[in-house]
Design a protein around this ligand. Structure first.
Ligand code: ADP
Length: 656
């Protein structure tokens, strides 16, 4: 067949136009794409050779070869894979038959700002035009006697002709590299020279290190004459003293990738250090992970994953723009890092990678999110991560506590956002409590519950020191009931989602409906309160009048044993005092809920109060209210006025 000139389809033209004129950053990914195609072609041949004995098998020495030529300004990428027939070239390269390309055109706007996503779009070959103004493809199908030469400058047409390929089956793609003008955006040094061996080595290491076939390149080095094989070569720019020695140039093949997909090797053969090295490479974290999980999922969803639990919080952990997620590989080819679709937000501390063979990755973010296969992987990973944490908790408590202190607050978010895993997360949660200064699990808390204890009690606040001595704890301490002290910034929010653990209800101890008494105690208590109520009624009414703007109700209660007052929220109130403070600190306008001021009638202060003048009563009432605010960790409106009042009282008490 003679040389023919064909026209690209309109859509292909548009695609090429975009490649050539819009994509400036991340241009290096073209190499990943072409190496990925080469690797696929070899995989295909290997697979076909299993059944077709006439085809070359693994013994052949499969490889991918890079040949840069700085004089001609070309780079070629060759493989000895399956190759293509004439018709296949027309179908695969000449037209836009495959769905990926069509989808690509749909999301081209998104791609303009994120060209690195290109690898997901099945337009790999065309990315050659990001760096080349002319591309030739010379291919020969395994088993065929003749090859095909395809060539295009990407502007609208291509030529195609039959031409045997000297090396036999396989494909060579030659890029005639563009003269890159530095556009305004390109910083000094950003323009890469794709004929420079070091640049190529870096790109291969970065994106294709784990391709399972060797990626080779001929490199030259100079050796002193007569140097034995294996003897250390002397670098061209070696020490001064050796510069005079006459050197010979030796050309030799260098394999640029390590060829080993770590995750595909049996876990039993992998040393811990190898995992750590991979973790460093993948996550740029120099502190080895706390735990590594090498997970092979089998069944409906098959994939391999390396999961790392970092030992420390990265410095940018709480930054809004921190990228999260795992690296995604498809068939050992790196697709993208920070694939947040693979894990739920409450596991965003996780690092690692997933390699799936049966992923068909198409198009945009939205589709990636909805991809059923991705959703299945996410589900399987979530349950693996949670079971691994459970394992760590049970077998290595000190390290688990380390993990918990760094990432527990993040994990807890899941209790509020994911009801389906809330129970599992409750099993994993650790809490400070009034029982000791150690962290406790809920399970252990429950075993320590006292007979007659109706609920799992908790209190939220800003810090341990602030709530450890809170008046709200008084009666619970007296009764010997343990209280969970929840002081993470997410706790006010998380606590609201807590319902039951092992059929025991959770109960906030600052709620008005806190009920610690047995039926008998309740009766006695009510009788007692009734008695004192008669005595204190006029005082309570006066106090209510003073604080009518601030509180909803003032009532006697047996909640306190030592302190005179406290504020509680009624259960119909949407936000607790702690939650209000939190929202305020986030700059949100919070409608102030009026709360209930509870009075401890056994406190001697009230007997005194019955004897003082109404004006003094007013002052005392205000002071008591402000103390209640301070005790719960809230701010008082006018601290200066408060301290002046206290000072006056001190003087008055001395005079008396
Ligand atoms: P994708 O690889 O996502 O299918 P490409 O545009 O990169 O998209 O390639 C289109 C098709 O061209 C491939 O599916 C494959 O059939 C064929 N092809 C590309 N490169 C090679 C190669 N080096 N050897 C054999 N076939 C190739």
């Amino acid at each position: 067949m003679t040389k023919q000139t064909q026209t690209f389809q309109a859509e292909t033209k548009e695609l090429l136009n975009l490649m050539i004129h819009s994509l400036y950053s991340h241009r290096e990914i073209f190499l990943r794409e072409l190496i990925s195609n080469a690797s696929d072609a070899i995989e295909k041949l290997k697979f076909e050779a299993l059944t077709d004995k006439a085809l070359p098998s693994a013994a052949e020495g499969f490889e991918i070869r890079l040949e840069p030529n700085s004089e001609l300004k070309t780079l070629s990428i060759s493989d000895n894979g399956i190759g293509m027939t004439y018709d296949e070239v027309v179908k695969n390269i000449g037209t836009i038959a495959h769905s990926g390309t069509k989808s690509f055109l749909k999301v081209r706007e998104e791609l303009k700002s994120h060209p690195e996503l290109i690898g997901q779009f099945g337009v790999g070959f065309y990315s050659a035009f990001m760096v080349a103004d002319r591309v030739t493809l010379h291919t020969q199908k395994a088993g065929s006697q003749t090859g095909v030469l395809w060539e295009s400058d990407g502007s609208g047409t291509y030529t195609i002709e039959e031409m045997p390929r000297a090396q036999g089956h396989g494909t060579t793609i030659t890029l005639h590299l563009k003269e890159v003008e530095k556009d305004a955006k390109a910083e000094e040094g950003e323009v890469q020279d794709f004929t420079n061996p070091w640049t190529l080595k870096d790109i291969v290491k970065k994106y294709s290190d784990f391709v399972s076939f060797p990626i080779k390149m001929a490199t030259t080095r100079e050796v002193a004459p007569g140097a034995d094989e294996g003897e250390e070569a002397q670098k061209v720019d070696g020490p001064e003293s050796q510069k005079d020695v006459k050197k010979e140039t030796v050309i030799e093949d260098e394999t640029l990738n390590s060829c080993k997909a770590l995750w595909l090797r049996p876990a039993s053969e992998i040393k811990e250090e190898e995992y750590h090295e991979f973790y460093r490479h993948l996550c740029h974290d120099w502190v080895p992970p706390l735990k590594t999980v090498h997970y092979k999922a089998e069944g409906t969803t098959e994939f391999v994953s390396l999961l790392f639990f970092p030992a420390q919080k990265p410095f940018n952990y709480d930054y809004r723009d921190r990228k999260i997620g795992l690296s995604l590989y498809v068939k050992r080819v790196f697709i993208k890092s920070d694939c947040e679709e693979l894990i739920p937000p409450y596991l965003r501390f996780m690092q690692g990678m997933v390699d799936s063979d049966d992923l068909t990755l198409n198009v945009s973010r939205e589709l990636l999110q909805q991809d059923r296969q991705i959703l299945r992987i996410k589900k399987a990973l979530t349950s693996k991560i949670l079971s691994s944490l459970k394992d760590l908790l049970e077998k290595d408590r000190p390290n688990y506590e380390k993990f918990w202190k760094a990432f527990g607050a993040t994990l807890k978010e899941g209790m509020a956002t994911e009801p389906s895993v809330s129970e599992k997360l409750q099993e994993l949660a650790l809490f400070y409590s009034t029982a000791s200064d150690q962290l406790t699990t809920l399970k252990d808390y429950v075993t320590r519950m006292k007979p007659g204890q109706k609920a799992i009690y908790y209190m939220t606040g800003d810090s341990l020191s602030q709530i450890q001595n809170s008046p709200y704890l008084e009666k619970l301490k007296a009764k010997g009931f343990e209280v969970l002290l929840m002081v993470d910034h997410v706790d006010a929010w998380v606590a609201r989602s807590l319902r039951n653990f092992e059929e025991k209800p959770f109960q906030s101890i600052t709620a008005a409906d806190l009920d610690l008494n047995t039926e008998e105690e309740k009766k006695l208590e009510q009788e007692k309160l009734k008695e004192v109520e008669v005595k204190f009624r006029p005082l309570l009414d006066a106090m209510k009048e003073t604080l009518k703007e601030q509180v909803k109700e003032i009532k006697l209660s047996d909640r306190l044993t030592d302190s005179p007052v406290c504020l509680v929220s009624s259960s119909d109130q949407a936000t607790s005092a702690h939650m209000e403070r939190l929202l305020e600190s986030m700059g949100q306008a919070v409608p102030k809920n009026k709360r209930i001021l509870e009075i401890n009638p056994t406190h001697p202060l009230y007997e005194k109060m019955l004897q003082i003048s109404p004006t003094e009563q007013e002052d005392w009432t205000e002071i008591l209210y402000q103390q209640a605010l301070l005790n719960e960790g809230s701010q008082i409106e006018n601290p200066l006025k408060y301290s002046q009042k206290i000072a006056q009282l001190m003087i008055a008490s001395h005079r008396a």
